[in-house]
Design a protein. Structure first.
Length: 434
């Protein structure tokens, strides 16, 4: 599917944020490990979350999906007996990495695989950390990458040291299963931790389901044995800041205003930093009461289209780096984006994707010492044809540029179904896409 995006000016639009993909993944996993039935309300239905649902079904967990909720029959940490499984995680790194530790709790052997790109993405640090505490995990292809074979039978726990410099999902995978380890888990990161805000998100879900998670002064996560149980058997997924970032970015580059409903202003989602970034660039950000009922919060971004460059560290919020760079091409001064090295290991090499988008629209791109510099064009931003390389965030970021300059053609635009299946329909309903 090809999508053409035309220039828009002085927009005035209202959107409802889709449910958080990150929260949905983690809620489904916690519900599967819970005692009794859990109803997950307002989940995100996307390619990635479907991978997690189908994987857990393959491992013997009963899950029913309806248009507005997911009902999970938990196993209380005792995974059902099932035949050995090969689970295709496609290109969902969240699913595959969380399933590595989860598969240890299964009594069977599980093979986890995925697309060609998934088989290039790193999981070695996670597997080696688990092997260090007795896990039986074997690489079936290139060392440190999927596919892997995980022999279940239990997760011993104890003190675990892990290198999380390439992905916070290594930490989240262990943490979310830690209450079901044979002994208390003490998880100690070695060196820097990528995307730390996503670990906070994982811990928030765990605590909602009743687990105790402590972070010691010397940076060790401690988790005691427990059994998950959602309050009243219900978990409601909040709106997604990373998906909403494209709407906020539209206001920034087009001028005008965008209001997004369904976001928690006090969320632990690290991608909230996008609003602070837009504010520094010259936008006005406010919380309004214009939700579906009186008092429901909604977040509004207003812009006159005159944007300043920014210097910012994005190490905790990798999923919005491309969106931010799409805004930066319209700034009046250069921007510097730091903390981006782990973008190499996403659905595509997103540093290279940013270079292509930036140069394709006529702006300058410099990568030096792990810092991206976006240099605005003296001649203005112009249209281009985008091949997103099957990366949903590249496609949606290209759409942002198109709204600001016009004449952007996006090939393979259906790739947004990985995280935001209704993205193009949302733009069309708001009059922002053809």
């Amino acid at each position: 599917m090809d999508i053409s995006v035309r220039k828009k000016a002085d927009i005035d639009a209202v959107f409802t944020a889709p449910a958080s993909k990150s929260f949905t993944h983690r809620a489904i996993i916690a519900a599967a490990l819970s005692e009794g039935r859990t109803t997950i309300r307002n989940p995100l239905f996307s390619e990635d979350t479907e991978v997690t649902v189908n994987a857990l079904r393959a491992l013997g967990i009963a899950i029913e999906c309806s248009p507005s909720e997911i009902v999970v029959e938990g196993c209380a940490g005792v995974m059902p007996q099932c035949v050995n499984q090969t689970i295709d995680c496609k290109n969902s790194g969240t699913s595959l990495r969380h399933l590595v530790t989860l598969s240890l709790l299964s009594p069977s052997k599980t093979v986890l695989t995925g697309t060609k790109r998934m088989q290039e993405r790193p999981i070695g640090a996670l597997c080696e950390a688990l092997k260090g505490c007795g896990a039986d995990i074997e690489y079936l292809g290139a060392a440190g990458c999927p596919p892997v074979s995980v022999n279940g039978g239990g997760f011993s726990g104890g003190r675990i040291t892990i290198d999380a410099s390439k992905s916070s999902q290594f930490v989240s995978s262990i943490l979310i299963c830690a209450p079901y380890a044979e002994s208390a888990v003490e998880l100690m990161p070695k060196g820097s931790v990528a995307s730390r805000s996503y670990i906070d998100l994982t811990i928030a879900v765990m605590r909602t389901f009743g687990a105790e998670v402590d972070l010691t002064p010397n940076g060790i996560w401690k988790v005691m044995p427990a059994v998950y149980k959602a309050p009243d058997g219900v978990y409601t997924v909040e709106g997604d800041y990373s998906s909403a970032s494209y709407f906020f970015a539209a206001a920034a580059v087009c001028g005008g205003s965008v209001t997004v409903k369904g976001l928690n202003p006090d969320s632990v989602q690290g991608d909230r930093v996008f609003l602070a970034a837009l504010s520094k660039m010259g936008c006005r950000v406010s919380v309004a009461s214009c939700g579906d009922s009186p008092g429901d919060p909604a977040i509004k971004v207003e812009s006159d289209g005159n944007l300043n460059g920014i210097d910012i560290d994005m190490s905790s919020s990798p999923d919005i780096v491309q969106t931010l760079c799409a805004v930066c091409v319209f700034a009046r001064s250069p921007s510097r984006i730091r903390g981006i090295s782990h973008l190499r290991y996403k659905e595509s090499d997103r540093i290279e994707a940013i270079r292509i988008l930036t140069e394709s629209c006529g702006c300058g791109f410099v990568l030096r010492d792990g810092v991206i510099e976006i240099i605005p064009s003296d001649g203005g931003v112009h249209g281009f044809e985008c091949d997103p390389n099957n990366d949903h965030r590249t496609a949606m970021s290209a759409a942002v540029i198109g709204l600001g300059c016009g004449d952007v053609l996006i090939r393979g635009a259906e790739c947004v179904s990985k995280s935001f299946p209704d993205f193009w329909e949302n733009l069309k309903e708001a009059g922002l896409s053809e």
